[in-house]
Write a new protein. Structure first.
Length: 216
């Protein structure tokens, strides 16, 4: 079992509720087969709850009920599987190009019985037109100036991008502003999530997208 502190347990109970057991099983997958297959570094195991799972799961508070969420570059399921566990009302499409990661993700989804998850082996840019998402999430994928082009097109003209970022989020927004506007982003902001719940709250960049309707 991966150790969990009292504070982490309290946060996990708040976020996952009666699905906490599923979250614990997911963490065990990350700590065992996830590290064995190179999806998570061995040094990260003691920090799986705080730095990875809770850091990702807390963004569920930013997503509307019943949304279809596309998670770009899903990797070890961060944040995609965290959201699927915390929010059974969401429909998740995990987009991941590497076969070994796709195989691992499917094994975990099958073991946890997550019926709200579809795994797509694809690059994000090739999934455009195949996914019609309300929200697109990403974590540790790319700088925002590049990430905007990988995420916004998956929204089919309307929705939100929620990208987990670090302290440089504001600087990234400045550098990406022109690209975001060109792709239909009408509002970009930095949101801090999990204050009072996590020792280190999560910083996200939120992009509201609404492309102008073409007049025919």
């Amino acid at each position: 079992m991966v150790e969990i502190t009292a504070a982490e347990l309290q946060a996990a109970q708040s976020i996952f509720g009666d699905r906490l057991g599923l979250a614990q099983r997911y963490v065990e997958h990350l700590a065992t087969s996830g590290t064995e297959r190179g999806l998570i570094g061995p040094r990260e195991v003691p920090r799986l709850w705080s730095r990875h799972v809770l850091n990702c799961a807390v963004i569920e508070s930013q997503i509307a009920h019943g949304s279809h969420v596309a998670d770009v570059g899903s990797g070890a399921g961060l944040p995609g599987l965290c959201l699927a566990i915390a929010r059974p009302d969401l429909e998740l499409t995990l987009i991941e190009p590497l076969e070994r990661r796709v195989i691992w993700l499917q094994e975990v989804v099958d073991d946890l019985g997550l019926e709200n998850v579809t795994i797509m082996r694809s690059r994000a840019e090739l999934a455009v037109g195949m996914v019609d998402a309300d929200v697109v999430t990403a974590r540790a994928v790319s700088a925002l100036s590049n990430l905007a082009g990988l995420t916004i097109p998956l929204l089919s003209g309307k929705g939100e991008v929620i990208a987990i970022k670090g302290r440089s989020a504001g600087e990234e927004i400045e550098k990406a502003a022109k690209v975001i506007r060109k792709l239909g982003g009408i509002e970009t902001s930095v949101v801090v999530v999990g204050e009072g719940l996590l020792e280190e709250p999560t910083t996200v960049v939120r992009i509201v997208v609404k492309k102008p309707q073409k007049i025919t």
